[in-house]
Design a protein around this ligand. Structure first.
Ligand SMILES: Cc1cc2nc3c(=O)[nH]c(=O)nc-3n(C[C@H](O)[C@H](O)[C@H](O)COP(=O)(O)O)c2cc1C
Length: 416
């Protein structure tokens, strides 16, 4: 048994159970209150299968789910479930797994998750008190963030030679009250090199908003990133068509403009920017002025409120042209959003393992009307769930400091 981490349990898991005794919090309060923003003051102001068309564009085979890993309610039994005796997660391993999960990216570093270890396994819940009420009223980005945490948790288990069996939304699809996922152990099998590489990338992965240099992505990188998304049941396409790049650029700029003129959005953003040490939120050191200080083909979400109030002159440097990846799903259910979050994270970890830098540009996904236009611009089918810029940090660039996380004790509950 790998590092004594799992003990044999008395029950054979059916994979259909989860922790059902606890409901999610229903508070809709948005942020937890900031410790001060990086700025002196606020400026005054049903889907159809897209995957097939994307795969035709990409020239890839239909996506492949993680063999033996996934089960949605009523889904297929994983191969490892043939074991007659299930394994149970020890609290010690659960703590390590939850710590790895917590290293996941989340919108504004809200870390909108909590975990419970009980007889039914390790259960993930949304912490809706951390949902961004203005930016993310539906909880879309919250679910993507939780999906990213779920991806880390399963990789952390695999790195320990344990085979997780995941049930997405075991009790229903209301993320405010229902568990998002349960994980039970279905067996043991040593991690392969690819799984180890992804697990090793969990710690060093960063959101890198700095300008990328002009080097193209290495040969085969896009294929690796696409495969990572497809393993999680999502699709990925690299935005190379010049017309599409212009359209996506316009939508990102429009989203930025809308949000930058929405006082409630700006107040909410300010409440998650941190000028003092804090366990959550975006530290000022991680913020790079998105628009005015550099010329980039694609506008990042502007997180530097001071730059909005007093824009510095544009740089004369060459225009930055990053790789742009769209990650999406055929449908847009809560399960699809979780799956897209898992895919995003697997793509980001793959990028890290390839020595590439990346950052999300999700502002166009925030705005409902723009999501529809996005769909039209990118082929008219399916749901784009995330936009990533990816490229090379300039040679010699300082490694980025990790952003803070809440402690495991705050997010993991051990059931009696
Ligand atoms: C769903 C989601 C949306 C995000 N959107 C943006 C974005 O639009 N712009 C941005 O700069 N960062 C974005 N981020 C990155 C978060 O700000 C970042 O993950 C968080 O601050 C923690 O930092 P880290 O990723 O370096 O650990 C997003 C992350 C997630 C999971």
């Amino acid at each position: 048994m790998p590092d004594g981490s799992a003990g044999t349990g008395e029950t054979g898991g059916t994979g259909e159970t989860g922790e059902t005794g606890e409901t999610g919090e229903t508070g809709e309060t948005g942020g937890t209150g900031g410790t001060g923003g990086c700025h002196p003051a606020l400026p005054a102001r049903p889907s159809v299968p897209y995957a097939d068309s994307v795969r035709r564009m990409n020239g890839t085979r239909p996506s492949r789910r993680l063999e033996g890993r996934y089960e949605e309610k009523g889904g297929c039994m994983p191969t490892e479930a043939a074991h007659s005796v299930s394994l149970s997660l020890s609290p010690g391993v659960a703590r390590e797994v939850v710590a790895a999960a917590a290293a996941a990216p989340s919108i504004h570093n809200t870390q909108p998750w909590r975990w419970r270890l009980g007889a039914g396994g390790l259960t993930l819940f949304a912490d809706v008190s951390r949902r961004l009420a203005v930016t993310d009223p539906e909880g879309r980005q919250l679910l993507l963030s939780c999906g990213a945490a779920l991806c880390n948790a399963t990789l952390a288990l695999r790195a320990r030679g344990l085979v997780p069996r995941v049930t997405i939304l075991p009790d229903g699809d209301d993320h405010r009250t229902d568990p998002l996922a349960t994980i039970i152990l279905a067996g043991q099998r040593p991690a392969d090199d690819a799984e180890r590489a992804l697990a090793d990338a969990i710690g060093p992965r960063r959101t890198d908003r700095r300008p990328f240099d002009g080097r193209p992505l290495p040969d085969g990188a896009v294929a690796r990133l696409r495969a990572a998304a497809e393993v999680q049941g999502a699709w990925l396409t690299s935005l190379t068509d010049p017309d599409l790049r212009v359209q996506v650029n316009v939508l990102l700029s429009r989203a930025d403009w809308i949000e930058q003129h929405d006082a409630a959005y700006l107040r909410e953003l300010a409440s998650w920017l941190r000028s003092e040490p804090a366990p959550d939120g975006v530290p000022c050191g991680a913020v790079v002025a998105a628009g005015a200080t550099r010329q980039a083909e694609f506008p990042l979400r502007e997180l530097n409120l001071a730059a909005l109030a007093d824009p510095p002159p544009a740089s004369e440097a060459g225009v930055e042209r990053p790789g742009v990846l769209l990650i999406g799903t055929d449908a847009d259910t809560a399960a699809d959003r979780l799956r897209a979050g898992e895919a995003m994270q697997r793509v980001l970890l793959t990028a890290t393992s390839l020595g590439l830098a990346a950052s999300p540009m999700s502002q166009a996904i925030d705005v409902e009307g723009l999501r529809d236009r996005f769909r039209a611009a990118t082929g008219g089918l399916g749901q784009v769930q995330m936009i990533l810029r990816v490229g090379h940090a300039p040679a010699g660039a300082e490694p980025l400091a990790p952003t803070p996380r809440r402690g495991v004790d705050e997010i993991l509950q051990l059931a009696d």
